[in-house]
Design a protein around this ligand. Structure first.
Ligand SMILES: *Cc1c(COP(=O)(O)O)cnc(C)c1O
Length: 437
């Protein structure tokens, strides 16, 4: 590999997915494309999104209530269009996935079914410093069932002085608590470090211990290849506004292993969209759960959000997860190479890469050892959109659908320029405090 613009451009020319970038609206900085590295927080807007939303607005305008049955994509079953794409992205059967609600809402709905604690079996194992919404969800779940969060939630943390969690530590905590755990619930890809966990091993160990295994795939879906069905995962959930590019607050989704989805006696919080489609509009008293993941739906579907989801998922169908993952690996390898070169050019390292090199998706988290804030502000100033986490971590995510090798090179080049000067002259015009999710 080479740290040069010519080399980066040559990689872009060979990229079989290069035409996908033109299908997105790239934010501008000084009339040029910004380097957008926050697809892990809010994915960019496909150019086709507005057409898909407008089509539904037209059908609503012309058909009114009749659109439920007579729209070009009838609204009653609008969600059914996503099963195949979501199954491809998660490695599931079409009956095991459904697009619905929002991520945190879905965590609660899944816990209603999979967290039914007893006096003996009531503990939850999760990662330390999980995404706050997940922590709040788990804490409130255990309280809801009359337990104390300090006792009922067991967090697995990185070892002293380390940043990532060792898989063997997760497995041994599961083993040690095998008589008292009800659910093991981890982020498949950690939002902070970018670490990809071994979901298959964690699932096997959870089952060995008599617990269910669930995953929050907010940072995994559309980013890494998964095989939830074959891994025997019990349940999972995700949002669609990060790597899936389905827009702010976009519709989320769930996976329920078919062995549970077909179990219509499994307890759940129910709503009319989860009941038998044939009898739904007879407005009867009895709830007759659909024996698929659809049986967990509550409300009629948010068609406008789902129109954006449709536009976005079509691009994943066209590109295919295998090609995306292959390009993603090349982008991150190139990034690692460039950051190593920057470190090697200095007496003391500037950046510590906390993302494990052998277990990650698009996101690389950089712990800044020197001049972190200054480097970050300079990046923003030069049109790189990245994410700063206190106290001193920069997270960046070159995503294979719309980022380029040139983006990666530019990023490294800006850092190189800054560290070769003593003081970087910054005129900050966009606040570098911009929040990311
Ligand atoms: C982004 C993210 C969330 C956000 O939850 P919403 O309900 O969509 O607001 C929750 N958990 C994780 C792990 C996330 O990455």
């Amino acid at each position: 590999m080479e740290n040069s613009l010519e080399y980066a451009i040559s990689l872009d020319q060979q990229d079989v997915l290069k035409h996908f970038r033109q299908k997105f609206i790239i934010p501008q900085h000084n009339n040029k494309d910004a380097v957008y590295f926050t697809g892990n927080s809010l994915g960019l807007q496909p150019k086709s999104t507005s057409d898909h939303i407008n089509l539904e607005l037209e059908d609503w305008a012309s058909l009114g209530v009749k659109g439920h049955i007579s729209a070009r994509s009838p609204w009653v079953n609008y969600h059914e269009q996503f099963a195949a794409s979501l199954a491809m992205l998660t490695g599931a059967k079409a009956d095991e996935v459904v697009a619905m609600n929002q991520l945190t809402v879905n965590i609660h709905l899944l816990f209603a079914s999979f967290y039914q604690p007893t006096k003996e079996r009531y503990k939850i194992i999760c990662e330390a410093k999980a995404f706050p919404s997940d922590q709040y969800a788990l804490q409130s779940q255990v309280k809801f069932h009359g337990f104390n969060a300090d006792d009922a939630i067991i967090e697995v943390a990185p070892r002293e002085g380390e940043f990532i969690i060792q898989t063997e530590d997760i497995l041994s905590v599961i083993e040690q608590n095998k008589d008292s755990i009800a659910v093991v619930f981890f982020g498949g890809v950690n939002y902070y470090t970018g670490q990809l966990l071994d979901m298959q091993k964690i699932t096997a160990a959870s089952h060995e211990a008599g617990a269910f295994a669930g995953f929050d795939l907010a940072h995994a879906i559309g980013n890494i290849k998964m095989n939830l069905h074959n891994w025997n995962v019990d349940f999972a959930c995700w949002c669609s506004y990060k790597y899936l590019n389905s827009g702010p607050g976009g519709v989320a989704g769930i996976f329920i292993n078919e062995k549970h989805a077909t179990n219509t006696s499994l307890l759940r919080l129910a709503g009319w969209w989860g009941t038998n489609k044939k009898t739904r509009f007879l407005m009867q008293k009895e709830f007759d759960p659909i024996p698929t993941a659809e049986g967990w739906q509550l409300s009629n579907v948010p068609v406008l959000l789902m129109a954006a989801h449709k536009a976005a998922l079509k691009l994943f169908d066209e590109a295919g997860i295998d090609s995306l993952v292959e390009k993603s690996k090349m982008l991150t390898q190139y990034l690692f190479y460039i950051l190593d070169e920057i470190n090697n050019s200095q007496q003391n390292d500037i950046i510590k890469l906390i993302t494990p090199r052998d277990a990650h998706g698009c996101q690389i988290s950089m712990l800044m050892l020197q001049r972190g804030r200054e480097i970050f502000d300079a990046l923003i100033n030069e049109g790189v959109i990245a994410d700063w986490r206190e106290p001193n971590v920069i997270r960046i995510a070159p995503v294979p659908l719309y980022n380029t090798f040139e983006d990666v090179w530019k990023f490294g080049n800006i850092i190189r320029k800054i560290i070769s000067t003593d003081v970087y002259d910054i005129k900050i015009h966009s606040s570098s405090k911009d929040a990311g999710i």
